[in-house]
Write a protein that binds this ligand. Structure first.
Ligand SMILES: Cc1cc2nc3c(=O)[nH]c(=O)nc-3n(C[C@H](O)[C@H](O)[C@H](O)COP(=O)(O)O)c2cc1C
Length: 193
């Protein structure tokens, strides 16, 4: 069994995080850009799913929501970890809740905001204005945390090893996120959305 990281990225930061995680996770990892592959991976081949999405204007892109909706039953059946890329650290908790439906959050054994980065010359005129309004930042800026990415990967590795040794997902698992559920879809998206 392998790990799949499904992400959306507008300007490369979330993609960078997905690739860093893939380097740090001790497993064969498939990376899926949901804009290029909205159908998703071969879900039967993986037991661990990581989702990652950036925050813009307090929300996430419609395509990502659609990807999650359309693949709900598969995602809910796997060992699940979720991240966002957002610069507003104080809003991390609220933005994670905005990015992911409540049931996905309950299902996940791990959630994190890795921070974000912006290069002003990559922004269009209106986006530059919107960015300044939201963040009050006028320069290039990064608060992306390599430490958080590494710690996240470590917990994914720990969960996989614990499951391999037969002791659940080993990472503060929640009631219905045990390994026995990893490949058995229980809930259809129609029941949820
Ligand atoms: C126009 C604009 C609006 C943004 N709004 C938010 C926001 O509401 N909350 C937040 O935490 N970060 C916000 N950010 C920061 C982005 O989440 C950050 O740059 C992230 O790294 C982008 O990821 P990406 O490169 O994968 O698209 C905003 C950035 C821009 C350019």
């Amino acid at each position: 069994m392998s790990t799949v990281i499904c992400y959306l990225s507008k300007r490369g930061t979330t993609e960078y995080c997905a690739k860093r995680l893939a380097d740090l996770i001790d497993d064969s990892v498939e990376i899926v850009d949901v804009r290029k592959n909205p159908v998703g991976p071969d879900w039967s081949a993986c037991d661990t799913v990581i989702l990652g999405v950036p925050i813009y204007g307090g929300d996430i892109e419609r395509e990502f929501k659609q990807f999650v909706r359309e693949n709900w039953r598969y995602i809910m059946a796997k060992r699940l970890a979720l991240f966002i890329c957002g610069m507003l650290e104080k809003k991390s908790e609220a933005e994670i809740k905005t990015a992911y439906p409540e049931q996905l959050l309950r299902r996940a054994f791990l959630t994190e905001n890795f921070g974000g980065r912006v290069y002003q010359d990559k922004l269009g005129f209106f986006e530059r204005i919107a960015f300044r309004m939201v963040t009050k930042i006028k320069e290039d800026y990064s608060n992306l945390s390599e430490e958080k990415i590494a710690a996240f990967a470590e917990r994914v590795n720990a969960a996989r090893s614990a499951a391999a040794e037969g002791s659940g997902d080993g990472a503060g698992s929640k009631a219905d996120s045990g390994d026995e559920a990893a490949n058995k879809p229980k809930t259809s998206e129609k029941e949820i959305l």
